[in-house]
Design a protein around this ligand. Sequence first.
Ligand code: UD1
Ligand code: CA
Length: 457
Amino acid sequence: MSTEPDAPARTCVALILAAGEGTRMKSATPKVLHHVAGRSMLGHVLAGVAAAGADRVAVVVGPGRDDVAAEARAIAPAARVFVQTERLGTAHAVLAAREAIAAGCDDLLVVFADTPLIEPATFRAMRAGLAAGASVVALGFEAADPAGYGRLLVENGDLVAIREHKDASEAERRVTLCNAGLMAIDGREALAILGGIGRANAQNEYYLTDAVSVARGRGARAAVVVAPETEVMGVNDRLQLAAAEAQMQKRLRARAMREGVTMIAPETVFLSHDTRLGRDVLIEPNVYFGPGVTVADGAVIHASSHLVECEVGAGVSIGPFARLRPGASIGAKAKIGNFVEVKASKIGEGAAVSHLTYIGDSIVGARANIGAGTITCNYDGFDKARTIIGEGAFVGSNSALVAPVTIGAGAYVGSGSVITKDVTPGALAVARGRQFEKAGWADAFRKSREGKPKKRV
Ligand code: UD1
Ligand code: CA
């Protein structure tokens, strides 16, 4: 055991710039509220800085963007929201949150809300750069096509300046190490550094990137943390949104497989940021997981199934072609077969709903068997009503269970029944027309038509 006292933890304020206009999205929704893997880009960034140990969060939004502010508060209730009233550049946007910076911290982490793929480890590496003595840490990447990006000018291992593309010389434009935009700044020096930034540049803007030269002018050091280009990717239009989605999916699939999930064709499986998959879960091709899905150990999700906000128990078999909607909870070893839809219902352990069925607002007891084509009629156009099916009950094929209704434990429902009254435990209920016969009727009918032409159309 170490006898050294723990180093005091460094405090961190994360400042998220979400004032982007996002006009290239061509959308009624602000850019940072567009989703990647089932969560807004702003949500990803908020989660990322929280995982990197940010103690406080400030979000800078554009004027009138209550929707962005509301999303920030929904995900990080303690977040403070500031409005940048004029767009005068990234350093100006940071200073819109002056109060949050003035409150003091060791590490100020400035993050763009349209850069959703940054890993918490990268934020931590930037903070570590500050702890190691730099006053400014920029995040860099080797750009396949550097055009348009700020260039990181490094001399003898030190970051000496960031030059915006529009302000760069020919020689500087040949540099491929580019600025991702995010920055970590020593919290105690931040206001002095930011206050020293002017707007004498090609765009007449206050550039956050000038924090590097200002800090060096004060005798401080600047450093670079380098990340893969796929991680620092920003989103400005729908094509880049799709590229970010693809990248995030790769990451989520890899994480799931590393944790013991088998995917036969991982590139066809779509996960959400919060999908939880147990060990030895097998996922066949073309499966979609919306937000809020948990799948326990050993379950199999057969091809072409769609799951959102639901729970799948251990050893369960789902699909192929099954749809689990919000509030579906499938007990261990149960079976949900092809063309079955389940909504807001609890399916008991070992129950089987094998084919062509709708179960909504229901409770299905353990080991019950629901025949093909069964429908719980839960809606009368105004209200939803519940169906309760007891343990071990057997519902014959093509039955309509008109809710509210209860099928007692162990009871049978005859095929083709329309059940409108409760069924007593252990009983058989049949609710359909009785079968009768007229002997010879068919032959007599044909005979009466003999010699007449048959209409074809
Ligand atoms: C910025 C960097 C550039 C980097 C690039 C990476 C600066 C000066 N330049 O350039 O070095 O290579 O990102 O993509 O920082 N924003 C505001 N208010 C403003 C201006 C911007 O909130 O007044 C927000 C934007 O919404 C966006 C972010 O800051 O989320 C970056 O601004 P943008 O204008 O896109 O900067 P770039 O020119 O791309
Ligand atoms: Ca940009």
